[in-house]
Write a protein that binds this ligand. Structure first.
Ligand SMILES: [Zn+2]
Length: 276
């Protein structure tokens, strides 16, 4: 199932009393890699007991909230992965941990990244403080408030009858095709972004936009907003330097496409299901 339902995570930025003694998950990063342990063939982040036992050299700690009554923390430190554990980047855990754990790992990394890059005010250079009531940093001199950054992006599967338009980015491995995607620009609605990106990347006009769902995509801080859209007019013209190839595909002759852990894979799967 696509994760459209609320899950069992309750965010909070203030650590409640006694949280560190209760059941907990530690999203412990060494640089950009999450320290994980293998549990009967799959992997998990560290439990509170693991974290205390390992005694890792960690810097800042951020409280994230509770997931299934477990207190969740984000920490980052230095050094090598401890013996018997593995350190994997977020792409390395995608599809190998339960989906809520992937999103929590992404949340943890984004908060750590934001905290590291907002230690000083971007306007006046003063050292920032934590905001008292929000997950934010505030400048004590000029009052600038900075929240963790999100970069909304659209992702769209364009269809024409039973055909799907899939494209290959110039940087992707040969044979890999996906839906079109791009960042929302300042001043745009997400619908305008869909029309602009499709036109820029493949030279087509589309119609009948239908919102499908969204996905937090922590590479590094995207929020992907997924659409289906129907072809309206135009001939495929690939954007130079961006799109290596784009073609119409039928469901029985699909190229290699992203897995269902990515919203692009779900957009394709949903369309194929609708044809059945
Ligand atoms: Zn300032």
């Amino acid at each position: 199932m696509w994760p459209s339902e609320p899950d069992l995570f309750f965010p909070d930025h203030v650590e409640p009393e006694g949280a560190k003694d209760g059941p907990s998950w530690y999203f412990a990063f060494l640089g950009s890699e999450l320290v994980c342990k293998s549990v009967s063939g799959s992997i998990e982040p560290l439990s509170g007991d693991d974290f205390r036992w390992l005694d890792l050299d960690m810097g800042e700690k951020h409280y994230l909230g509770t997931y299934e009554q477990n207190h969740c923390f984000a920490v980052r430190g230095k050094g090598a992965s401890p013996e018997g554990y593995v350190a994997l980047d977020l792409r390395g855990i995608l599809g190998r941990v339960q989906q809520p754990i992937f999103y929590l790992s992404g949340r943890a990394k984004q908060i750590l990244d934001w905290s590291e890059t907002h230690r000083f005010c971007g306007r006046c250079g003063e050292k920032t403080d934590y905001h008292k009531s929000d997950r934010a940093k505030i400048c004590p001199r000029c009052g600038l408030i900075c929240y963790p950054r999100l970069s909304p992006s659209i992702i769209v599967l364009v269809t024409r009858g039973e055909e799907m338009l899939l494209a290959r980015n110039v940087n992707w491995p040969a044979g890999m095709y996906s839906t079109l995607a791009g960042f929302v620009e300042s001043g745009e609605s997400i619908e305008q972004t869909v029309h602009r990106e499709v036109h820029e990347e493949v030279g087509l006009q589309v119609k009948e936009l239908r919102y499908f769902g969204s996905q937090s995509w922590p590479f590094p801080n995207s929020l992907m907003l997924g659409f289906h859209a129907e072809y309206k007019s135009g001939e495929i013209v690939c954007q130079a330097g961006e799109i290596a190839d784009a073609q119409w595909f039928k469901r029985d002759s699909l190229p290699q496409t992203p897995p269902k852990t990515a919203i692009s894979g779900w957009l394709i799967e949903e369309f194929v299901r609708s044809l059945a």
